[in-house]
Design a protein. Structure first.
Length: 375
């Protein structure tokens, strides 16, 4: 039932709140629930890192999204005002990603993400102290016990292959990076939909990849879940000479085209989910707060579309929710769909650790009936 899953299981070690999180079994469609501050968003972040093989640009983007990239050097920038950011340090920024934060910042650290028991498919993001050129380095970063300067370096490996090496330079100089010239390790095809949706430019890019292909029909079908009268979709420039484009739709019975957003925020949300889903073929689709903007009455049909399309296109989905209604409709559709496995993942605290409890389809009717806590 779940052949060709990218992640039949998942282990996350030393990433943000997860000292050692284990999911012994993942389904094709996985819904993540739990109270606030138990790591739902962190789990999606770890999967984004895994899909993009720890790309340094993504590492800094994730720090930016949490306002943790205080030194701003991750983007190759220099500080505008050295006095205002006297203590800005890329090492401190990077340590935010490791379990325990600043603890042990002078020693090696290792984040590990991947399927259980398959070391060649594990992503490692290591913070190691290595020899570096002496020019323009801050001496206060060196370990005084060493006779040679050691410099904190982020090293990304996938299995046995080293993919990236990023030297954390003095924040008053540009970040120095080194990348391999070639590698056989490729990124997974993946898509991420944030809680506030896709950016306009992302939606246009995904549409360009979908338009006039057999997948376009799937996207239009998704819109018809909310507005059955929608017939066609296209993109036009917002105004003459503008580079930004907006989606417009043709509606049955109306002579003029109208903007997609004028039909409600739910339409825009459904459009983004459907576009991301069909463009994640053969890989991972990650959705934060999947129910956002969608009325309860359409959520069951949304889940049916996700289950069927993910199965047909070999997509593995991980989504979070804060909604009991969304959990209820997920459980109902998972039980209905005998060909696509849905798994509920509940994150919770056990002492200082975050642990996962998994509910498979045979358990979902009981779980939804007992109104499992989702926030």
């Amino acid at each position: 039932m779940n052949d060709n899953l990218t992640l039949p299981s998942l282990r996350i070690e030393n990433y943000r709140p997860f000292r050692h999180l284990v999911l012994p079994h993942c389904g094709r469609i996985n819904l993540i629930v739990g109270k606030n501050n138990v790591g739902k968003s962190s789990l999606l972040e770890a999967l984004r890192l895994y899909a993009q093989r720890g790309a340094p640009s993504l590492i800094w983007r994730l720090l930016d999204e949490r306002d943790e990239n205080l030194s701003r050097t991750g983007l190759g920038e220099t500080l505008d005002n050295e006095d205002d950011l006297e203590y800005a340090d890329p090492l401190e920024d990077i340590m935010c990603m490791f379990y325990g934060g600043q603890q042990g910042a002078s020693g090696p650290q290792l984040i590990r993400i991947g399927p259980i028991g398959q070391p060649k498919l594990n992503l490692d993001i290591a913070l190691e102290w290595v020899k570096a050129e002496v020019q323009q380095l801050r001496l206060d970063l060196f370990d005084g016990e060493h006779t040679e300067p050691l410099f904190p370096t982020v090293i990304v490996r996938f299995g046995d292959a080293q993919l990236h090496s990023v030297n954390l330079a003095n924040p008053y100089n540009r970040l120095r990076r080194s990348y391999p010239r070639s590698t056989e390790v490729r990124d997974l095809r993946s898509a991420f939909v944030a809680a506030n949706g896709l950016e306009r430019s992302q939606i246009a890019q995904l549409w360009d990849k979908t338009a006039l292909t057999p997948l376009e029909r799937r996207v239009v079908e998704a819109l018809r879940i909310i507005a059955p009268e929608v017939e066609r979709v296209t993109f036009i420039a917002e105004r003459e000479g503008a580079s930004d484009r907006i989606p417009i739709v043709q509606v049955r019975g109306q002579a003029t085209r109208i903007s997609l957003r004028s039909l409600g925020e739910g339409m825009n949300r459904m459009f983004g989910i459907a576009l991301a889903l069909v463009n994640a073929q053969g890989g991972l689709l990650l959705i934060d707060e999947i129910e956002s903007g969608l009325h309860y009455s359409v959520q069951a049909d949304m889940w049916r579309l996700v289950f069927e399309t993910a199965r047909r296109l070999n997509v593995q989905v991980f989504a979070t929710t804060h909604s009991g209604d969304c959990l209820e409709t997920f459980g109902r559709v998972a039980i209905e769909d005998e060909q696509t496995e849905g798994v509920l993942i509940r994150l919770g605290r056990r002492g200082e650790d975050i642990v996962a409890t998994l509910y498979e389809e045979q358990d979902l009717s009981i779980v939804t009936r007992e109104q499992i806590e989702v926030r």
